[in-house]
Design a protein around this ligand. Structure first.
Ligand code: SAM
Length: 373
């Protein structure tokens, strides 16, 4: 079985018993799983917010995860506890076999069945932090964001948190936010991604009035009842802030970029984020095709300037998609690496600049990709 070097849950739990020990080195049982990938991957499918909301449990358990931002401050984002999602999965008899098997195994990944989305991986924190460099400029725009392989969706939660920290504006002045979340597993979107978005709203400034009218916080810290009133208030807030949530499960191979019906003139994504998704060499072509298909090209063909890292925040979001990829330098045992990814991006007509680098232990980077052709 392949295991990544570690993820945030492992850090939080100081390496949980059932996942076994983790190391920064390749281990004997960590073999490339390329041959294990099923020939037929799960086809892409979109899911309406209403349908997803109808599948939520009565309550969820949560904890907070701290995100260190580039300006030195930090933000605590709420997210559903892994054990709680796992419990719901185990008690659900609906088509959840794929992820059920993944969660039941002492492994982080089951190729083509479960791709690790229930856990929060380290690079997603780096990506949220790097994304903070684009704020608040980002939120003053009509923003269309796609997070590919979102899992617990920490970068998207950060953007939502930032949006909901702004005072609400008069409807005509409120810039829309279209937030499209993609994960291989539908159950990850239902059991983890959506609950995390709801938690992020619940603990935001925008939900202050709702929170003050409920005794929930003091009485049941760490647990939130998802009452019909709470879900209505969540939807109302999305509408007030002109936020649209879209969800797609399934393989990148069949992923189709979504167009917002209300803003037909703005069909491409302004910001595409993805974290810890380059680990499997056989998935790279479909990931790169998807990244490319979702991006607007720069208006004039030009090479990346050396000072790009400092000028990311100045990029005109309306004219060029900002694509950020966070990953470990190498994925021991499974075959993926940043150098392979970089070579494949260049071959596909893109250029890459490193925006953030972590060199201790297993190296991590956040990359900015520009498509020149
Ligand atoms: C290791 S998880 C990372 C989750 C999250 N981005 C994070 O960093 O915490 C990899 C993610 O990539 C997605 N993924 C992997 N292979 C995929 C494929 N072939 N098609 C679509 N999604 C895939 C899965 O949805 C999974 O959530």
């Amino acid at each position: 079985m392949f295991k990544f070097d570690f993820n945030v849950e492992d850090l939080d739990e100081e390496i949980s018993q059932d996942l076994g020990g983790l190391s920064n080195e390749s281990t004997d049982d960590a073999r490339p799983s390329e041959t294990d990938v099923p020939e037929t991957l799960v086809a892409a499918e979109t899911h309406s917010l209403e349908k997803m909301l109808s599948k939520l449990p009565d309550s969820i358990s949560y904890s907070f995860i701290p995100i260190q931002l580039v300006n030195g401050s930090s933000v605590n984002l709420p997210k559903r506890e892994l054990f709680d999602a796992r419990l719901q999965l185990l008690s659900s008899d609906e088509d959840s076999d794929d992820a059920l098997r993944g969660l039941g195994e002492p492994s982080d990944l089951l190729a083509g069945i479960y791709e690790g989305g229930f856990k929060t991986w380290e690079c997603s924190l780096d990506l949220a932090s790097t994304t903070s460099r684009l704020l608040p400029n980002l939120l003053d725009e009509n923003l269309r964001l796609l997070e590919l392989g979102c899992g617990t969706a920490i970068p998207s939660l950060f953007v939502l948190h930032s949006k909901l920290s702004q005072p609400v504006k008069e409807n005509t002045k409120q810039k829309p936010l279209f937030l499209h979340l993609q994960d291989y597993n539908k159950s990850v979107l239902e059991l983890s991604t959506l609950p995390n978005l709801i938690l992020t709203w619940y603990f935001s400034d925008a939900a202050k009035a709702f929170r003050s009218g409920s005794a929930e916080l003091e009485e049941n810290e760490g647990e939130l009842e998802l009452s019909p009133e709470l879900l209505s208030a969540f939807k109302e807030c999305l509408s007030t802030y002109r936020i649209t949530l879209a969800f797609t499960s399934g393989a990148w191979d069949s992923f189709v970029p979504l167009h917002s019906s209300s803003e037909s003139q703005r069909e491409d994504y302004d910001l595409v984020l993805t974290s810890e998704t380059i680990y499997r060499s056989s998935s790279l072509p479909s990931l790169i095709r998807t990244l490319r298909a979702c991006a607007k090209l720069p208006p004039v063909t030009q090479t990346i300037q050396t000072d790009l890292a400092d000028s990311v925040q100045k990029l005109a979001l309306n004219s060029e998609t900002v694509t950020l990829v966070a990953a470990k330098v190498v994925y021991f045992g499974v075959g993926g690496s940043i150098s392979d990814f970089t070579a494949a991006i260049r071959q596909a007509g893109g250029e890459i600049q490193i925006l953030h680098e972590h060199t201790g232990g297993v190296g991590r980077q956040v990359l900015h990709i520009r498509w020149l052709r």
